[in-house]
Design a protein. Structure first.
Lengths: 375, 384
């Protein structure tokens, strides 16, 4: 009997176009849109060679060669243009260069507005003036060193060593995708809701029929739930594959653990839906509304629209972050991706399991041993 | 006016789901008001980067380092705990973590290789910016250490810091159009496109769906009202709803962007929003004709509103979207709506020739509206 019910529940779930749309097509569409919209956002933070115009007064060859040497090669600092003052101002007005450097006795920088690239230009220019200042101070004190000084000043020493502290790159644009996956897991609640609707005789005609069958209610429910688990897990794996292989979202290199997390989160989503449906007394649209609020608003608070929001919520209202299943699921993927150790991941997974147990336990106590006077 | 009244009642029934969207609209507007940076003034403001600074030793050199960096960095006090630091870097509370290892000063003063440890967001501009300053301080200090070893460390550091004060002048030339764009009002007007799309599609489709129902249609055919009258009253109610939605979102945008509403641009933003509303109403008519039930309308409304808003620059500015994305987006009216707003924002004078781009974008939206209505009417005709 178990397999019989399982088979038919599977068919029903697979033919349910509405649920298919919200739990598979919609997340795929959103992920694609995120991908298109955020593609350049990450690049904005990355350093790109700065377009700069130099107006040369003709008497500062050392400076010019310094700028020129920084304007060649792949990791160059500048894209250099040597022009007249008028042409340079024209380029600045159209935004083709970020700044104009004028050489001469008094060096100056002209920019159209403030910004990181303009600030880098200024710091570079400062550096030059500052070195000249140091060299002239030393030359005044020890004139005999004058010949050696320019060589000393030009010596390039390396004072910095990189110390990476995390497993993944600190690319916070993965957060919207992680929380989108979290939202999708929670949208699985609709399947959990369907399963409850299919066995609670006060909720649907189909459930009335099922409740007069000589099959134990728990067995009917478990068969339906297993079907829902299979369908929802398959959808989530498809969605994950879409994120990883088509959109190239970095989930880190512990994919097996990612799959375990996805499985546990699928259970959480189903349990959440079953919990809301069995506990809330009200119309189906009210239950749907609550499920949408938990998944969509929860998703937003977990960083779907902006990673900053997730951080703000965690720091400003910590209980909201702990009690939001979407934030918990997002954290599961984030900790796996970013941290070297698994301790934070295990904490998140424990949270996911605790929530699932709570939802499933409560659902069990509500739906067991219900009798109806009349139907 | 019985049909008109029925239409309003249908809208009333849908009010809760529409209100949720309006609440989201207001919430995001409030969040943006808090998060948005003030508009630039004419003076050059040096960018400041958040840095976490940890020193395992305290020497004049390290103190000098701190002072040298202070010109470009805001020091963020953080607990020296690996996971907290990792998290702070991930969420960009800090962009640069600098650590002075023990023995750095002694090695540096002896002229031996000495390294500071840094953790950064790879390839970021802010890292290069801080590196430049750090390197300069240490290079100038090394110059003093090698050439004037008779001076004490304190004096050498003082000289280096004095040199670092020397700065050439920076002139801010007349800011160009791109820098001027991006005011508050433009943002709010762009952002209302998403809300308008969603509210009008869901709201109006509900009316068309109800009247397109087979049984209702049959019932209406035997009523004393002509099909024409029923249709006209439906359109009237739709018009009232669309205008009301326009009024509510535009009024809220004006409230949020009140500091800029005295500008001439405000009128053009409002006109653009009105044309867009007409266009969306046409789209809603089409959706109402094609969709079979409320669930489908909801799905279409979400796809259209989110899809076109993402691609057209409502959520992420158009300058940050790729050319291919924008080319695709130009097949949606939302793109032309956002573009018209951008045209207005970039204008300094509002003469007719300067407004050509703006009016062209309006014309495209009206073209879209005509196409939507025509297709809807043809579909409805063929269905009946």
């Amino acid at each position: 009997m178990f397999w019989h019910i399982f088979k038919y529940r599977l068919k029903i779930l697979l033919y349910d176009k509405g649920t298919m749309f919200w739990t598979l097509a919609f997340p795929v569409l959103l992920a694609t849109l995120f991908h298109l919209a955020f593609a350049q956002l990450g690049a904005q933070e990355t350093f790109q060679a700065i377009d700069v115009a130099v107006v040369d007064s003709g008497n500062d060859a050392a400076f010019l060669s310094a700028v020129e040497s920084l304007s060649t090669g792949d990791d160059r600092l500048f894209n250099l243009r040597l022009t007249s003052k008028e042409a340079a101002l024209g380029l600045l007005a159209t935004g083709e260069v970020k700044g104009i450097i004028e050489t001469g006795a008094e060096m100056s920088l002209t920019v159209s507005h403030s910004g990181i690239q303009q600030s880098i230009l200024k710091t570079f220019l400062n550096n030059y003036t500052q070195t000249v200042s140091a060299v002239s101070r030393i030359a005044a004190k020890r004139p005999e060193l004058l010949a050696r000084l320019s060589a000393l000043a030009a010596e390039d020493a390396d004072f910095l060593v990189e110390q990476p502290i995390s497993r993944g790159a600190p690319n916070n644009l993965v957060i919207p995708f992680f929380s989108l996956l979290a939202m999708t897991c929670l949208m699985g609640g609709f399947l959990g809701m369907n399963e409850i609707n299919a066995i609670q005789a006060n909720l649907s005609a189909q459930a009335m029929r099922m409740s007069v069958t000589p099959v134990h209610k728990l067995r009917t429910f478990l068969a339906g739930l297993s079907a829902a688990l299979v369908v929802q897990f398959a959808k989530l794996v498809l969605f994950l594959a879409f994120l990883v292989y088509i959109l190239s979202i970095d989930f880190g290199d512990r994919l097996a653990l990612v799959m375990v997390a996805v499985f546990l989160c699928t259970l959480l989503g189903l349990a959440c839906g079953a919990f809301v449906t069995s506990l809330v007394k009200g119309t189906e649209s009210l239950k749907t509304g609550i499920l949408i609020a938990v998944s969509v608003i929860g998703g937003h608070l977990a960083g779907m629209s902006s990673p900053d929001l997730k951080y703000l919520v965690e720091k400003a209202v910590p209980p909201l972050a702990y009690l939001n299943p979407a934030a918990l699921i997002t954290d599961t993927f984030y900790t796996l991706y970013y941290f070297d150790t698994l301790s934070r991941f295990i904490q998140s997974v424990a949270g996911v399991i605790a929530f699932t147990a709570l939802f499933a336990g409560a659902t069990y106590f509500v739906i067991r041993r219900q009798r109806y006077v009349s139907l | 006016m019985s049909v008109f009244k029925v239409c309003l009642r249908i809208l009333q029934k849908n009010l809760p789901s529409l209100a949720i969207n309006f609440v989201i609209f207001i919430a995001v507007s409030v969040a943006m008001t808090i998060l948005m940076r003030p508009v630039e003034t004419g003076e050059f403001g040096r960018t400041r980067v958040n840095v976490a600074f940890f020193a395992d030793e305290e020497t004049p050199l390290v103190e000098g380092l701190r002072q040298a960096l202070a010109a470009q960095a805001d020091f963020v006090p953080l607990e020296d705990d690996a996971e907290r630091l990792q998290e702070a870097l991930f969420y960009r509370r800090v962009h640069y973590i600098l650590r002075v290892p023990p023995g750095f000063t002694a090695a540096f003063m002896r002229g031996e290789p000495a390294r500071l440890q840094r953790t950064i967001v790879p390839d970021s501009a802010s890292a290069i910016y801080i590196d430049l300053r750090l390197d300069r301080y240490l290079e100038i200090l090394r110059l003093y250490v090698t050439t004037l070893p008779e001076l004490g460390q304190n004096e050498q550091v003082a000289f280096a810091l004095a040199d670092l004060e020397k700065e050439p002048s920076v002139v801010v030339a007349a800011p160009n159009a791109n820098a001027r764009a991006g005011g508050r009002l433009q943002f709010y007007f762009n952002w209302l496109a998403y809300t308008l799309l969603f509210i009008i599609i869901v709201g109006l489709s509900a009316i068309f769906l109800a009247f397109n129902d087979e049984d209702i249609k049959r019932r209406n055919l035997c009523s004393p009202l002509s099909v024409r009258t029923i249709g006209l009253q439906c359109f009237k109610a739709s018009g009232v709803f669309a205008l009301a939605s326009w009024f509510v979102v535009v009024a809220s945008s004006l409230v949020f962007g009140f500091s800029e509403i005295t500008g001439t641009a405000t009128w053009f933003y409002m006109l653009n929003a009105l044309v867009f509303t007409v266009c969306v109403a046409g789209l809603a008519l089409l959706v109402g004709t094609l969709a079979k039930n409320g669930e489908m309308v909801n799905a279409i409304a979400n796809v259209v509103a989110l899809g076109s808003s993402f691609l057209s620059g409502v959520f992420v500015p158009q300058e940050l979207l790729g050319d291919n994305v924008l080319r695709l987006a130009s097949f949606t009216p939302t793109y032309w709506y956002v573009r018209a707003n951008a045209e207005v924002a970039a204008l300094a004078d509002f003469g007719l020739p300067a407004l050509a781009g703006y009016f062209a974008a309006l014309a495209v939206q009206i073209g879209f509206a005509l196409v939507f209505v025509t297709v809807a009417l043809v579909t409805a005709k063929s269905k009946s």
